[in-house]
Write a protein that binds this ligand. Structure first.
Ligand SMILES: *[C@@H]1O[C@H](CO)[C@@H](O)[C@H](O)[C@H]1NC(C)=O
Ligand SMILES: *[C@@H]1O[C@H](CO)[C@@H](O)[C@H](O)[C@H]1NC(C)=O
Length: 402
């Protein structure tokens, strides 16, 4: 084990040096990188305390989202990017590249199972298309549906009994359920007094305790006791929004919920969930919206629509346990041994995992998951290609400027 760590340390040192050499500035891998204070936390002491708390085992024994919060805070302190034209630009451009190279992309064709033979080897997937099961055969099958959905729902049950698969499953725990509110306003960002800054609100500094209490709380009182939320205004981040949707703005709120509170409606189809479900969902949504209005009072009178998404409908993603970030981001997950165990190669031959579970949650996490997975399948480190490509692009930009 020791020599692996030494090797990794050496690798990081080498990468740092290379980055400096290639780009003429220090990479994020540099210890003690000097960076300006971001817009998220103004109080340096408070931020340091929070980071210490989130990454210190003494505090984060249960490994709650607090760990993720600390990572997130660190990750976004120098500001973050948002795609011009909105998130749909990402698949729009990705699909063009895939098709240019002979790929085909199917939509409205959910994968119902992964095809695998008696020799524990995957050979494709079954998709539901036009009400029929269609088999798509492939020498390499990649799943980005997460460890739990892949092994517990998509693979035949006998695969779960494989001790190697069990070991794979035990390294990760299911993440927390998510609840989202999407709101639309008939007003510009200036009229609403909003900006592109992401806002994270907490009712207590002791996040572990706060979240535990909330998750243990009774279903009936939970909507009135939401202890944290994350608010952002996608329209304020996208410079094309004011021409595409003049006079309109949008807000997204995320919070976490215990999927148990919504369990009784789990096996009922959306239109049949009835009044009680709508009312319960509304209680969460209204509470979150009112909390946002405390900080942005002009939102209330301009509200044009409010839509809530619970962990059981998560946009039809059927995310196991209603978690948006897939597996739980606990300190345990980031123990070196556990990181080493959650690889893109799986115990099932020709089946690879990509996405959030092989790296970390969120868009950048999934992006790195994809890079790692492609590197594994191709047996070639694509990070080096990426560095060289970036160097090439930079040279082009410099030439243009000259
Ligand atoms: C929903 O249905 C599945 C399979 O039919 C069953 O395993 C599960 O326990 C059910 N869940 C609830 C909450 O009734
Ligand atoms: C908001 O604007 C849309 C589009 O112009 C319109 O259909 C809707 O009725 C408006 N809603 C409110 C609450 O003003």
């Amino acid at each position: 084990m020791g020599w692996i760590l030494l090797f990794l340390e050496w690798l990081v040192d080498w990468a740092r040096g290379t980055y400096w050499y290639l780009f003429g500035r220090r990479s994020g891998l540099c210890k003690g990188t000097i960076s300006p204070l971001g817009p998220l936390v103004v109080d340096q002491n408070k931020k340091d305390r929070l980071l210490r708390k989130g990454t210190h085992t003494k505090y984060a024994v249960v490994g709650h989202p607090q760990t993720m919060d600390a990572l997130f805070l660190h990750h976004s302190k120098r500001g973050v990017y948002y795609p011009k034209g909105g998130a749909s630009e990402i698949p729009y451009h990705v699909i063009q590249v895939l098709e240019k190279h002979g790929g085909r992309v199917l939509v409205n064709a959910p994968v119902s199972s992964i095809l695998a033979d008696g020799k524990q080897s995957a050979y494709g997937v079954t998709v539901k298309a036009g009400g029929k099961d269609v088999e798509v055969l492939a020498p390499v099958t990649i799943s980005n549906a997460g460890v739990f959905t892949t092994f517990k729902k998509l693979l035949p049950p006998e695969f779960q009994a494989n001790p190697e698969v069990q070991g794979y499953l035990h390294t990760l725990k299911p993440g927390k359920g998510f609840f989202q509110v999407f709101a639309g306003f008939n007003a510009t960002m200036e009229e609403l007094g909003i900006s592109s800054t992401n806002i994270r609100l907490y009712k207590s500094n002791n996040m572990d305790e706060m979240m535990e209490e909330y998750f243990d709380s009774d279903k009936d009182i939970a909507p009135d006791n939401i202890p944290m939320m994350y608010v952002s205004f996608p329209s304020a981040k996208d410079p094309t929004s004011c021409t595409r949707f003049p006079g309109q703005s949008r807000m997204v709120i995320h919070t976490m919920v215990n999927p148990k509170w919504f369990e009784q409606w789990h096996n009922v189809s959306e239109p049949e969930r009835g009044e009680e479900y709508e009312k319960y969902k509304r209680r969460f949504a209204n509470h979150l919206f009112d909390w946002a209005c405390v900080h942005f009072p002009k939102l209330k009178e301009k509200l044009a629509m409010l839509h809530a998404v619970t962990p059981i409908n998560m946009h039809g993603l059927r995310a196991t346990y209603g978690s948006m970030l897939s597996a739980e981001h606990s300190l345990e997950r980031y123990q070196p041994l556990n990181i080493a165990m959650t690889r893109c190669n799986t115990p099932v031959k020709n089946l690879y995992l990509s996405g959030q579970d092989v790296f970390s949650g969120g868009y950048s996490g999934a992006l790195h998951g994809g890079l790692l997975c492609a590197s594994t399948v191709m047996d070639h480190c694509l990070y080096i290609d990426l560095l060289l490509q970036q160097k090439k692009l930079k040279r082009k930009v410099v030439k243009k400027v000259e």
